[in-house]
Design a protein around this ligand. Structure first.
Ligand code: NAP
Length: 285
Protein backbone atom coordinates (compact mmCIF):
# COMPACT_ATOMS: atom_id res chain seq x y z
CA UNK A 1 0.00 0.00 0.00
CA UNK A 2 1.34 3.42 -0.95
CA UNK A 3 1.55 6.08 1.73
CA UNK A 4 2.26 9.81 1.80
CA UNK A 5 2.12 12.37 4.60
CA UNK A 6 2.18 16.05 5.46
CA UNK A 7 5.13 17.12 7.60
CA UNK A 8 4.87 20.22 9.76
CA UNK A 9 5.31 21.63 13.26
CA UNK A 10 2.58 22.00 14.42
CA UNK A 11 0.50 19.86 12.07
CA UNK A 12 -2.91 19.21 13.69
CA UNK A 13 -4.47 22.07 11.70
CA UNK A 14 -3.61 20.69 8.26
CA UNK A 15 -6.53 19.95 5.92
CA UNK A 16 -4.29 17.97 3.55
CA UNK A 17 -5.26 14.56 5.10
CA UNK A 18 -8.94 15.43 4.58
CA UNK A 19 -8.30 16.25 0.90
CA UNK A 20 -6.00 13.32 0.02
CA UNK A 21 -7.93 10.68 1.96
CA UNK A 22 -11.13 11.87 0.24
CA UNK A 23 -9.45 11.29 -3.14
CA UNK A 24 -8.03 7.88 -2.10
CA UNK A 25 -11.52 6.75 -1.23
CA UNK A 26 -13.17 8.32 -4.25
CA UNK A 27 -10.75 6.67 -6.71
CA UNK A 28 -10.68 3.36 -4.83
CA UNK A 29 -6.92 3.52 -4.27
CA UNK A 30 -5.44 1.40 -1.49
CA UNK A 31 -3.31 4.12 0.05
CA UNK A 32 -2.91 6.24 3.12
CA UNK A 33 -2.13 9.89 3.82
CA UNK A 34 -1.02 10.81 7.35
CA UNK A 35 0.05 13.76 9.47
CA UNK A 36 3.63 13.79 10.76
CA UNK A 37 4.52 16.26 13.50
CA UNK A 38 8.27 16.84 13.11
CA UNK A 39 10.21 19.61 14.90
CA UNK A 40 12.77 21.60 12.89
CA UNK A 41 15.81 19.88 14.44
CA UNK A 42 14.54 16.47 13.33
CA UNK A 43 13.31 17.45 9.88
CA UNK A 44 16.49 16.58 7.95
CA UNK A 45 16.70 13.06 9.38
CA UNK A 46 12.98 12.52 8.85
CA UNK A 47 13.11 13.53 5.19
CA UNK A 48 16.14 11.35 4.56
CA UNK A 49 14.29 8.36 6.02
CA UNK A 50 11.06 8.87 4.06
CA UNK A 51 11.51 5.68 2.00
CA UNK A 52 12.50 3.65 5.06
CA UNK A 53 9.32 4.85 6.76
CA UNK A 54 7.29 3.52 3.85
CA UNK A 55 6.46 6.86 2.22
CA UNK A 56 6.51 7.55 -1.52
CA UNK A 57 6.38 11.29 -0.90
CA UNK A 58 5.15 14.09 1.31
CA UNK A 59 3.75 17.56 1.60
CA UNK A 60 5.82 19.96 3.63
CA UNK A 61 4.37 22.88 5.51
CA UNK A 62 5.37 25.56 8.03
CA UNK A 63 8.17 25.85 9.14
CA UNK A 64 9.97 23.37 6.85
CA UNK A 65 9.44 24.62 3.30
CA UNK A 66 12.81 26.35 2.91
CA UNK A 67 14.66 23.44 4.54
CA UNK A 68 12.90 21.04 2.18
CA UNK A 69 14.32 22.94 -0.76
CA UNK A 70 17.86 22.46 0.52
CA UNK A 71 17.44 18.74 1.28
CA UNK A 72 15.96 17.71 -2.09
CA UNK A 73 16.44 18.11 -5.84
CA UNK A 74 14.05 21.00 -6.52
CA UNK A 75 12.50 21.78 -9.90
CA UNK A 76 12.59 25.31 -11.34
CA UNK A 77 9.36 26.34 -9.63
CA UNK A 78 10.56 25.46 -6.16
CA UNK A 79 13.95 27.03 -6.84
CA UNK A 80 12.51 30.34 -8.08
CA UNK A 81 9.92 30.52 -5.30
CA UNK A 82 12.57 29.62 -2.71
CA UNK A 83 10.45 26.95 -1.02
CA UNK A 84 9.24 23.38 -1.65
CA UNK A 85 5.87 22.05 -0.48
CA UNK A 86 5.69 18.71 -2.34
CA UNK A 87 8.30 15.93 -2.22
CA UNK A 88 8.44 12.63 -4.09
CA UNK A 89 10.83 9.74 -4.53
CA UNK A 90 11.91 9.29 -8.11
CA UNK A 91 14.11 6.18 -8.61
CA UNK A 92 15.52 6.62 -5.13
CA UNK A 93 16.10 10.34 -5.60
CA UNK A 94 14.14 12.80 -3.46
CA UNK A 95 12.73 15.52 -5.71
CA UNK A 96 10.59 18.55 -4.88
CA UNK A 97 8.35 21.20 -6.36
CA UNK A 98 6.14 24.08 -5.26
CA UNK A 99 2.50 23.42 -6.15
CA UNK A 100 1.21 26.80 -4.92
CA UNK A 101 2.21 28.18 -8.33
CA UNK A 102 -0.08 25.85 -10.31
CA UNK A 103 -2.72 25.86 -7.56
CA UNK A 104 -3.03 29.60 -7.97
CA UNK A 105 -3.04 29.51 -11.78
CA UNK A 106 -5.42 26.56 -12.15
CA UNK A 107 -7.89 28.06 -9.73
CA UNK A 108 -7.86 31.32 -11.67
CA UNK A 109 -8.31 29.40 -14.93
CA UNK A 110 -11.31 27.60 -13.43
CA UNK A 111 -12.94 30.68 -11.84
CA UNK A 112 -12.16 33.32 -14.46
CA UNK A 113 -11.40 31.72 -17.84
CA UNK A 114 -9.10 33.78 -20.09
CA UNK A 115 -8.15 36.03 -17.18
CA UNK A 116 -4.68 36.34 -18.71
CA UNK A 117 -5.81 37.39 -22.18
CA UNK A 118 -4.28 40.81 -22.96
CA UNK A 119 -3.51 41.27 -19.26
CA UNK A 120 -1.30 44.34 -19.15
CA UNK A 121 -0.97 44.84 -15.42
CA UNK A 122 -1.52 42.82 -12.26
CA UNK A 123 -1.32 44.13 -8.69
CA UNK A 124 -0.12 41.78 -5.93
CA UNK A 125 -0.61 42.79 -2.29
CA UNK A 126 2.08 41.25 -0.08
CA UNK A 127 5.65 40.07 -0.56
CA UNK A 128 5.89 36.87 1.48
CA UNK A 129 6.23 33.25 0.36
CA UNK A 130 2.76 33.10 -1.20
CA UNK A 131 3.43 36.31 -3.15
CA UNK A 132 6.58 34.75 -4.62
CA UNK A 133 4.59 31.76 -5.87
CA UNK A 134 1.86 34.01 -7.31
CA UNK A 135 4.31 36.35 -9.04
CA UNK A 136 6.29 33.47 -10.50
CA UNK A 137 3.02 32.03 -11.82
CA UNK A 138 2.03 35.36 -13.37
CA UNK A 139 5.44 35.68 -15.00
CA UNK A 140 5.17 32.22 -16.57
CA UNK A 141 1.82 33.28 -18.09
CA UNK A 142 3.49 36.28 -19.70
CA UNK A 143 1.80 39.01 -17.65
CA UNK A 144 3.44 42.19 -18.89
CA UNK A 145 3.72 44.07 -15.60
CA UNK A 146 3.28 43.06 -11.96
CA UNK A 147 3.06 45.78 -9.31
CA UNK A 148 3.94 44.53 -5.84
CA UNK A 149 2.49 46.52 -2.94
CA UNK A 150 3.75 45.62 0.52
CA UNK A 151 3.72 47.17 3.98
CA UNK A 152 7.47 46.60 4.32
CA UNK A 153 8.84 48.29 1.24
CA UNK A 154 12.27 46.64 1.43
CA UNK A 155 10.73 43.17 1.23
CA UNK A 156 8.91 44.10 -1.98
CA UNK A 157 12.15 45.54 -3.38
CA UNK A 158 14.04 42.33 -2.59
CA UNK A 159 11.34 40.37 -4.35
CA UNK A 160 11.57 42.63 -7.41
CA UNK A 161 15.31 42.13 -7.60
CA UNK A 162 15.10 38.35 -7.44
CA UNK A 163 11.99 37.76 -9.57
CA UNK A 164 12.48 39.86 -12.66
CA UNK A 165 12.31 42.92 -14.83
CA UNK A 166 8.55 43.06 -15.31
CA UNK A 167 8.02 43.74 -11.59
CA UNK A 168 7.43 47.22 -10.18
CA UNK A 169 7.05 48.18 -6.54
CA UNK A 170 4.53 50.59 -4.98
CA UNK A 171 4.23 51.74 -1.38
CA UNK A 172 1.46 50.42 0.87
CA UNK A 173 -0.15 53.89 1.03
CA UNK A 174 -0.36 53.88 -2.78
CA UNK A 175 -2.42 50.68 -3.03
CA UNK A 176 -5.70 52.32 -4.12
CA UNK A 177 -4.02 54.35 -6.85
CA UNK A 178 -2.03 51.31 -8.03
CA UNK A 179 -5.28 49.63 -9.10
CA UNK A 180 -5.85 51.95 -12.08
CA UNK A 181 -5.76 49.85 -15.31
CA UNK A 182 -5.06 46.62 -13.39
CA UNK A 183 -6.71 43.55 -14.93
CA UNK A 184 -5.94 41.42 -11.87
CA UNK A 185 -5.68 42.09 -8.12
CA UNK A 186 -4.34 39.37 -5.81
CA UNK A 187 -4.28 39.57 -2.02
CA UNK A 188 -1.45 37.46 -0.60
CA UNK A 189 -1.29 39.24 2.75
CA UNK A 190 -2.86 37.85 5.90
CA UNK A 191 -5.16 40.90 6.14
CA UNK A 192 -8.83 39.96 6.06
CA UNK A 193 -8.23 36.51 7.55
CA UNK A 194 -10.43 35.59 10.51
CA UNK A 195 -8.83 37.04 13.65
CA UNK A 196 -6.60 39.43 11.66
CA UNK A 197 -6.99 43.12 10.84
CA UNK A 198 -9.22 43.91 7.86
CA UNK A 199 -7.74 44.75 4.47
CA UNK A 200 -8.51 48.41 3.84
CA UNK A 201 -8.60 48.97 0.10
CA UNK A 202 -10.88 50.88 -2.27
CA UNK A 203 -11.56 48.95 -5.48
CA UNK A 204 -13.00 52.06 -7.17
CA UNK A 205 -10.11 52.40 -9.62
CA UNK A 206 -10.22 48.79 -10.81
CA UNK A 207 -11.59 48.54 -14.35
CA UNK A 208 -14.82 46.59 -14.92
CA UNK A 209 -12.94 43.71 -16.63
CA UNK A 210 -10.66 43.13 -13.62
CA UNK A 211 -10.46 39.81 -11.74
CA UNK A 212 -9.93 39.78 -7.95
CA UNK A 213 -8.27 36.83 -6.19
CA UNK A 214 -7.79 36.31 -2.46
CA UNK A 215 -5.50 33.57 -1.10
CA UNK A 216 -7.24 33.63 2.28
CA UNK A 217 -9.75 30.82 2.80
CA UNK A 218 -11.02 31.58 6.31
CA UNK A 219 -13.49 33.17 5.82
CA UNK A 220 -14.12 31.70 2.40
CA UNK A 221 -15.72 34.90 1.09
CA UNK A 222 -13.49 37.65 2.41
CA UNK A 223 -14.49 41.32 2.60
CA UNK A 224 -12.28 41.88 -0.45
CA UNK A 225 -14.18 39.29 -2.48
CA UNK A 226 -17.52 40.66 -1.24
CA UNK A 227 -16.50 44.11 -2.37
CA UNK A 228 -15.44 42.74 -5.79
CA UNK A 229 -18.72 40.83 -6.10
CA UNK A 230 -20.52 44.08 -5.28
CA UNK A 231 -18.90 45.60 -8.35
CA UNK A 232 -19.74 42.52 -10.46
CA UNK A 233 -16.05 41.67 -10.93
CA UNK A 234 -14.97 38.06 -11.45
CA UNK A 235 -13.34 36.48 -8.37
CA UNK A 236 -11.25 33.48 -7.30
CA UNK A 237 -11.09 32.36 -3.65
CA UNK A 238 -8.34 30.82 -1.52
CA UNK A 239 -10.14 27.52 -0.94
CA UNK A 240 -10.07 26.81 -4.67
CA UNK A 241 -6.30 27.39 -4.68
CA UNK A 242 -5.86 25.12 -1.65
CA UNK A 243 -7.66 22.27 -3.45
CA UNK A 244 -5.89 22.79 -6.78
CA UNK A 245 -2.42 22.88 -5.20
CA UNK A 246 -3.04 19.37 -3.82
CA UNK A 247 -3.73 17.79 -7.25
CA UNK A 248 -0.14 17.42 -8.47
CA UNK A 249 1.17 15.77 -5.30
CA UNK A 250 -1.63 13.20 -5.32
CA UNK A 251 -0.95 12.26 -8.94
CA UNK A 252 2.81 11.96 -8.28
CA UNK A 253 2.29 9.64 -5.30
CA UNK A 254 -0.78 7.64 -6.30
CA UNK A 255 -0.72 7.73 -10.12
CA UNK A 256 -4.18 9.26 -10.67
CA UNK A 257 -4.92 12.90 -11.41
CA UNK A 258 -7.78 13.81 -9.05
CA UNK A 259 -10.53 16.40 -9.50
CA UNK A 260 -11.20 19.29 -7.15
CA UNK A 261 -14.94 18.52 -7.11
CA UNK A 262 -17.70 20.65 -5.56
CA UNK A 263 -18.26 17.76 -3.11
CA UNK A 264 -14.67 17.96 -1.87
CA UNK A 265 -14.95 21.74 -1.64
CA UNK A 266 -18.07 21.44 0.50
CA UNK A 267 -16.36 18.87 2.74
CA UNK A 268 -13.34 21.09 3.42
CA UNK A 269 -15.53 24.16 3.82
CA UNK A 270 -17.66 22.42 6.46
CA UNK A 271 -14.53 21.20 8.24
CA UNK A 272 -12.99 24.70 8.28
CA UNK A 273 -16.24 26.18 9.56
CA UNK A 274 -16.36 23.63 12.39
CA UNK A 275 -12.77 24.32 13.53
CA UNK A 276 -11.20 27.42 11.95
CA UNK A 277 -7.38 27.30 11.94
CA UNK A 278 -5.26 29.86 13.79
CA UNK A 279 -2.90 32.17 11.88
CA UNK A 280 0.13 29.89 12.17
CA UNK A 281 -1.96 27.09 10.79
CA UNK A 282 -3.23 28.69 7.66
CA UNK A 283 -0.06 29.48 5.81
CA UNK A 284 -0.27 26.10 4.09
CA UNK A 285 -2.60 23.27 3.30
P1 NAP B 1 4.06 35.52 4.95
O1 NAP B 1 5.28 35.09 4.22
O2 NAP B 1 4.09 35.63 6.44
O3 NAP B 1 3.61 36.97 4.35
C1 NAP B 1 2.58 37.71 4.97
C2 NAP B 1 2.31 38.98 4.16
O4 NAP B 1 1.24 39.69 4.81
C3 NAP B 1 3.50 39.94 4.10
O5 NAP B 1 3.53 40.58 2.85
C4 NAP B 1 3.16 40.94 5.20
O6 NAP B 1 3.73 42.21 5.02
C5 NAP B 1 1.67 41.04 5.06
N1 NAP B 1 1.04 41.57 6.27
C6 NAP B 1 0.89 40.92 7.46
N2 NAP B 1 0.29 41.75 8.35
C7 NAP B 1 0.08 42.93 7.71
C8 NAP B 1 -0.50 44.17 8.11
N3 NAP B 1 -0.98 44.38 9.35
N4 NAP B 1 -0.56 45.18 7.19
C9 NAP B 1 -0.09 44.99 5.93
N5 NAP B 1 0.48 43.83 5.50
C10 NAP B 1 0.56 42.82 6.39
O7 NAP B 1 2.83 34.56 4.63
P2 NAP B 1 2.59 33.70 3.30
O8 NAP B 1 3.11 32.33 3.49
O9 NAP B 1 3.04 34.50 2.13
O10 NAP B 1 0.98 33.58 3.31
C11 NAP B 1 0.19 34.72 3.11
C12 NAP B 1 -1.30 34.36 3.05
O11 NAP B 1 -1.55 33.48 1.95
C13 NAP B 1 -1.82 33.62 4.28
O12 NAP B 1 -3.10 34.14 4.58
C14 NAP B 1 -1.93 32.18 3.83
O13 NAP B 1 -2.96 31.47 4.52
C15 NAP B 1 -2.32 32.37 2.38
N6 NAP B 1 -1.97 31.21 1.53
C16 NAP B 1 -3.01 30.53 0.97
C17 NAP B 1 -2.76 29.46 0.14
C18 NAP B 1 -3.91 28.74 -0.48
O14 NAP B 1 -3.71 27.62 -1.00
N7 NAP B 1 -5.09 29.32 -0.50
C19 NAP B 1 -1.43 29.07 -0.12
C20 NAP B 1 -0.39 29.78 0.46
C21 NAP B 1 -0.69 30.86 1.30
P3 NAP B 1 5.20 42.55 5.63
O15 NAP B 1 6.20 42.03 4.63
O16 NAP B 1 5.19 44.01 5.76
O17 NAP B 1 5.29 41.84 6.96
Amino acid sequence: MRAACVIGWPIEHSRSPLIHNYWLERYGIAGEYRREAVPPQKFGAFVQSLAARGYVGANVTVPHKEAALALTQPDDRARVVGAANTLWLDNGQLRSTNTDVEGFLQNLDACAPRWDRDLGKAVVLGAGGAARAVIHGLTTRGVARVVVVNRTHGRAEALRQSLGENIAVARWEERDAALADAGLLVNTTTLGMEGQAPLAIDLGKLPSYAVVADLIYVPRVTALLKSANGRALRTADGLGMLLHQAVHGFSLWFGTKPDATPELRALVEANLAASPPKLVSVTQG
